[in-house]
Ligand binder design. Structure first.
Ligand SMILES: Cc1cc2nc3c(=O)[nH]c(=O)nc-3n(C[C@H](O)[C@H](O)[C@H](O)COP(=O)(O)OP(=O)(O)OC[C@H]3O[C@@H](n4cnc5c(N)ncnc54)[C@H](O)[C@@H]3O)c2cc1C
Length: 247
């Protein structure tokens, strides 16, 4: 596993409690992969996994929400400081060509979908993005350069009132492949609805410890137990529809 010390080039708040951080370094990332960040506070031992939002020759960008002590610490890091980065690691989204694609994101699950859209050769992409309310909406304009963007909010304060699945039905979105990243309940509903008759890939989040496939702290149960449990950090975070068991 490769780690590198990366200098922080940018760390700015782009929406309430949501930050964009740019790190200098030589990164080779597939869409859907994540980096595992060692915090500079000795008391916070475990690395924190954050998905790759974008990658360039000499820098990588992440977008993260402050939810606890680790991400709070991250938000307080200054430009010029250094962070130790493991990765990019994990399985990425398989890229499909010349198919009608719907890309579904929920909340802080939206950022990794930018790199996916950038790498897809498809010209027919529709995004369906779900948020709690208008204040929580992020990346709508950034994603518009890759396709049509439909925003849904739970309270109807912006865009379609309802959840992402309701929006897909309401707008009668026709697609061959579905990609999704977001809250586990959203992914479960998508998986159960489309497995068996649509091609699709969903990116899971689990609390993670080692991030290297050793501790089995981030496992989820597959439908077929032939090869044991699936580690989100190693076999995942991206899984094909129909692979995960929700029982
Ligand atoms: C593969 C992967 C990719 C991720 N990508 C992103 C990303 O691009 N942007 C982003 O903001 N976050 C992302 N996360 C979630 C992020 O890792 C956690 O929010 C972060 O580790 C929390 O650390 P903390 O110390 O601030 O919070 P803690 O103090 O550890 O926890 C605060 C709260 O967040 C919850 N939480 C902690 N870790 C996770 C987790 N892994 N999944 C779900 N809930 C969690 C806890 O249950 C608790 O309620 C990703 C997680 C995984 C596994």
């Amino acid at each position: 596993m490769i780690t590198q010390d990366s200098i922080i080039l940018e760390n700015i708040e782009i929406a309430k409690d949501i930050y964009k951080m740019t790190l200098q370094g030589d990164f080779n990332a597939q869409p859907g992969q994540f980096i595992n960040i060692k915090l500079n506070n000795e008391r916070l031992l475990l690395r924190r996994p954050i998905s790759v939002y974008d990658v360039y020759e000499d820098k990588l960008v992440i977008i993260y929400r402050v939810v606890g002590s680790g991400t709070k610490e991250l938000s307080q890091e200054k430009v010029g400081n250094t962070l130790n980065i493991l990765g990019p690691i994990g399985s990425g989204f398989p890229l499909t060509n010349n198919k009608k694609v719907v890309i579904v994101g929920g909340g802080i699950g939206v950022p990794p979908l930018q790199l996916l859209a950038k790498n897809l050769k498809n010209k027919d992409i529709t995004f369906v993005l779900g948020f709690r309310n208008k204040e929580a909406v992020i990346l709508e304009n950034e994603l518009k350069k890759y396709g049509e963007v439909i925003v849904a909010t739970d309270d109807g304060s912006y865009g379609f009132k309802g959840n992402v699945l309701q929006a897909i039905d309401e707008y009668k979105i026709d697609f061959d492949v579905i990609y999704a990243c977001g809250p586990s309940k959203m992914l479960e509903f998508i998986d159960k609805k489309y497995q068996g008759y649509k091609e699709g890939y969903i990116s899971f989040e689990e609390r993670m410890a080692c991030g290297m496939g050793i501790c089995y702290g981030c496992v989820c149960k597959p439908k077929k137990l032939d090869n044991g449990m699936l580690r989100v950090c190693k076999e995942g975070p991206v899984f094909e529809l129909g692979v995960i068991s929700y029982e």
